[in-house]
Design a protein around this ligand. Structure first.
Ligand SMILES: NC(=O)c1ccc[n+]([C@@H]2O[C@H](COP(=O)([O-])OP(=O)(O)OC[C@H]3O[C@@H](n4cnc5c(N)ncnc54)[C@H](O)[C@@H]3O)[C@@H](O)[C@H]2O)c1
Length: 342
């Protein structure tokens, strides 16, 4: 459907230019988009990005407190009439200070033809879901297809969703190790997810144990202005696949430098983060591909069993806007949300 036809469809349910649909987190969740659908939607965003069919400037940010950020994340995916911007926040001390989540945000979804906003929606749920979808798709293309073990560092929002999503793309998964500095976070993840996951979920006893037990590893802990690597490069083996959601905070830079394939979701965005002060030891120069290029089949994923592959997916606005389009379409169909005058 072209953008004018899409506008007409939306215009039957919303007075474009006069009102916006406001969707809370609960309402986004009530759309019922399931894990399979979210993986497929996210795949379409990665493929479009890999084929250079998107417009997405690098995130810009402001940083009010130590280790915090707000990021402005605009994106256009013309093939899907998806256009808008996420304004996302990450405040790692929120749980301890205010009993609030570390990650929050709002997304504005716009009409490509007139520019007017169509919807304002919570972005916590979208972020929680599209991020593990990217990791799961990365695992599908980068991990050994017979991998039976997955290790998750960080058992917060992202940790939970990674454990939920990963079995969809790691078909041989038998054991999932989880590790968090907070033992209660590990316990509650296992309690919540073991009933729905076929693989056995094991509480890790140390970072080293998990690293040495798993073929595929992911981290979603905290993004630090100054990295504090928890994984010693010497613990890692050829054949492993690392899926990093927290920049250079958790892993030694040597690991990225010596990887047989070092992949990032967006090169411009990574360079921008380096300019902002992350990667104080310098961004590894050996970038092999962007994640979307691999997912779209433009560049090969894993080619040999013994490759050490590292993928740094710091999150892309193209993933958010295609998810937002799906949420908006479903919400309008289901009559969810509140229409607010402009
Ligand atoms: N790449 C992306 O697209 C993307 C998207 C969303 C969030 N993130 C990042 O993922 C991270 C987690 O986000 P979240 O919303 O799940 O936060 P969260 O607060 O819900 O969970 C983070 C967890 O990490 C644990 N943790 C902190 N330091 C640790 C350490 N050294 N070792 C083990 N565990 C540790 C905390 O105890 C907590 O349970 C943040 O850094 C966030 O910026 C990335």
């Amino acid at each position: 459907m072209d953008s004018l036809a899409y506008r007409e469809t939306i215009g039957k349910k919303l007075a474009i230019g006069k009102e916006v649909l406001y969707l809370t987190k609960e309402e986004c969740m009530s759309t019922g988009l399931d894990t399979k659908e979210i993986i497929s939607i996210t795949r379409s965003a990665l493929e479009a990005h890999g084929k250079k069919e998107t417009e997405m400037p690098a995130k810009i940010g402001i940083h009010p407190l130590k280790n915090t950020f707000f990021h402005a994340m605009p994106a256009l995916v013309p093939g899907q009439n998806a256009c808008g911007m996420k304004w996302v926040e990450c405040f790692p001390q929120n749980p301890a200070r205010f009993n609030l989540a570390q990650t929050s945000g709002l997304l504005i979804f716009n009409d490509m033809e007139s520019g007017f906003p169509l919807a304002i929606m919570d972005a916590i749920w979208i972020t929680a879901k599209r991020t593990p979808a990217v990791s799961a798709l990365s695992a599908r293309h980068l991990a050994n297809p017979d991998a039976e073990t997955f290790g998750m560092f960080g058992c917060g929002v992202q940790g939970v969703e990674h454990v939920r999503f990963m079995p969809h793309e790691m078909k041989k998964l038998k054991k999932i190790y989880v590790y968090d500095i907070s033992p209660s976070r590990m316990d509650s993840l296992i309690e919540e997810l073991q009933p729905e996951i076929g693989a056995e979920i094991i509480k890790g006893s140390s970072v080293e144990q998990v690293v040495k037990s798993c073929e595929v590893l992911a981290s979603a802990t905290v993004i630090l202005e100054k990295p504090d690597p928890q994984v010693k490069d010497e613990w890692l083996q050829k054949g492993q696949t690392l899926l990093i959601c927290d920049l250079d905070s958790f892993w030694e830079i040597e690991t990225m430098r010596r990887a047989d394939k070092f992949i990032v979701d967006d090169i411009g965005q990574h360079r921008h983060f380096e300019e902002a002060g992350y990667y104080p030891y310098g961004m590894p120069e050996n970038i092999y591909a962007e994640t979307g290029e691999v997912v779209a089949g433009i560049k090969a994923g894993r080619e040999r069993k013994d490759e050490l592959i590292v993928a740094s997916n710091i999150g892309m606005a193209v993933e958010d806007v295609v998810m937002a389009r799906a949420v908006l379409d479903r919400a309008l169909e289901m009559g969810l949300g509140v229409k607010l005058p402009l």
